[in-house]
Design a binder for this molecule. Structure first.
Ligand code: E4P
Length: 226
């Protein structure tokens, strides 16, 4: 499993990148709004993230028609080599994905909730598919169960013919709310988990690790004073 950071916050990205395990970043309009982002600064902000991260950076189209999504996609892809165009799962999004994929532009199909949506996205040439775990849980559905079904269904087929570069579509476990979500996603074989920074921090820590470290430090003090 690879880890992406789900944020538009440059400080979080810089910090997470320094931990050595960051493979990419996903942003969305809400995450950009959360950091007080302005429309005029958006292209430069995405460029900056692309410099900080050695891996794919998802930047989302905010259009609703295929022509506009394709235009957004081309503009976003021109910002940096590692930009991935994030497109919502809907008819216009699928149509735009096929056009962009044929041009060799990587697409992350977002707001994906079901197996049929995921298979359609893969057949339309998406490079990544993002099932939303937490938001499914929010409506009293089984987010992890839905993710598992998508991982299984996508794994049943070869989608390499559906992308220009012959790459296999990868499933990104998205809308992750806890370290346990990440653990379960890894056990079911999701390719990637995109996690908020607070979840990434929780993934590192464990009370037994802290207790063990504390004991080692205290014992080493005894050694020093012996
Ligand atoms: C995925 O790429 C999305 O940005 C994200 O995971 C959405 O998560 P949320 O439900 O916490 O907003």
């Amino acid at each position: 499993m690879k880890f992406f950071l789900d944020t538009a916050d440059l400080r979080e990205i810089e910090e997470a990148a320094s931990w050595g395990a960051l493979a990419g970043v996903t942003t969305n309009p809400s995450l950009y709004a959360r950091i007080g982002g302005r429309l005029s600064g958006f292209p430069d902000h995405i460029k900056r993230i692309c410099e900080l991260v050695d891996g794919p950076v998802s930047a989302e189209s905010v259009s609703l028609t295929r022509a506009d999504i394709i235009r957004d996609g081309r503009e976003l892809a021109a910002l940096a080599e590692n930009v991935v165009v994030k497109i919502p799962t809907m008819v216009e999004g699928l149509a735009a994905t096929r056009v962009l994929a044929n041009e060799g532009i990587a697409v992350n199909m977002t707001l994906c909730f079901t197996v049929p949506q995921a298979i359609l996205a893969a057949r339309a040439g998406a490079r990544y598919i993002s099932p939303f775990v937490g938001r499914f849980d929010d409506i009293s559905e089984d987010g992890l169960g839905q993710l598992e079904d998508i991982v299984t269904a996508i794994g049943n087929y070869d989608f390499s013919q559906d992308t220009v570069k012959g790459e296999q579509v990868e499933v990104i476990a998205a809308s992750i709310r806890s370290a346990n979500h990440v653990a379960q996603a890894a056990l079911m074989g999701a390719d990637i988990a995109t996690v908020p920074f607070d979840v990434l921090k929780k993934m590192v820590s464990h009370p037994l690790t802290e207790r063990g470290l504390d004991a080692f430090m205290k014992d080493w003090e005894k050694v020093q004073n012996a």
